[in-house]
Design a protein around this ligand. Structure first.
Ligand SMILES: C[S@@+](CC[C@H](N)C(=O)[O-])C[C@H]1O[C@@H](n2cnc3c(N)ncnc32)[C@H](O)[C@@H]1O
Length: 216
């Protein structure tokens, strides 16, 4: 298909999506600001451009590591910024029955359209909050971290993976620089670190920081 036509179809899809989910995405007072609306639009545009449905080796490694350090039986898991079913299915494969995903965009009933800055769940809903390559897209990481801590039950586990030491862009907004700085951001609710690593670049991929933390 011609490039201009694909571009046009994608912008129609974006416009329809925003119209359909306006109430959910633009529900808070902050969201009504023009700058925040632009932020959401940029993130959505990027997500619609990227349509990679494959389960990534890094996802397998991180969820396998999580299953090594905590029992996943009978847990309720939130995948924040999951984009598609890949993470959800891998959690199911590891024996987790109750997994929900949230993203700004969804074509799957198990993935709810929701902004990570304003999670529409009651306090203490999840045993595990899993955020892989989504926290760097936050326009206000502190607020997202507060939300993650709020919806994770006391004694629950938060998992974060982010790219580090990369050039930030208009959609990849935050460089934590290493897992040590992620821990600093979670210090108000961090009980213990179960596992962490800063992974050097491999085959030209970006360096990543990953950490599994138990909350107080
Ligand atoms: C790089 S993808 C990560 C997908 C998957 N978790 C992974 O590890 O490959 C980032 C996802 O975060 C989502 N996202 C960006 N900003 C968001 C926001 N404010 N609220 C919820 N999801 C957001 C994007 O739509 C995108 O699907």
């Amino acid at each position: 298909m011609k490039r201009w036509l694909i571009k046009k179809l994608k912008s129609v899809k974006l416009w329809r999506h925003i119209r359909r989910h306006k109430a959910k995405l633009y529900s808070s007072s902050l969201v009504s600001s023009e700058a925040y609306g632009e932020y959401l639009k940029m993130q959505l545009q990027r997500s619609l451009r990227k349509n990679d449905l494959r389960l990534k080796p890094r996802t397998i490694q991180l969820i396998d590591k999580l299953a090594e350090v905590v029992s996943l039986q009978q847990t309720k898991v939130l995948c924040m910024g999951c984009r598609n079913r890949a993470e959800l299915d891998y959690f199911h494969h590891k024996g987790v029955a109750d997994v929900v995903g949230i993203d700004l965009f969804s074509e799957d009933p198990d993935i709810l359209v929701m902004d990570m800055h304003y999670l529409q769940f009651p306090d203490n809903t999840f045993d595990v909050v899993y955020s892989s390559h989504s926290l760097e897209h936050a326009c206000d990481p502190r607020q997202v971290i507060n939300e993650m801590a709020r919806v994770c039950r006391s004694g629950g586990v938060v998992v974060v993976e982010v790219p580090i030491n990369y050039e930030v862009t208009s959609t990849d907004l935050v460089d934590f620089g290493g897992y040590q700085n992620i821990h600093k951001e979670f210090v108000f609710c961090l009980k213990e670190t179960l596992w962490s690593e800063n992974l050097p670049s491999q085959n030209n991929s970006t360096e990543v920081a990953r950490t599994i933390m138990r909350l107080v």
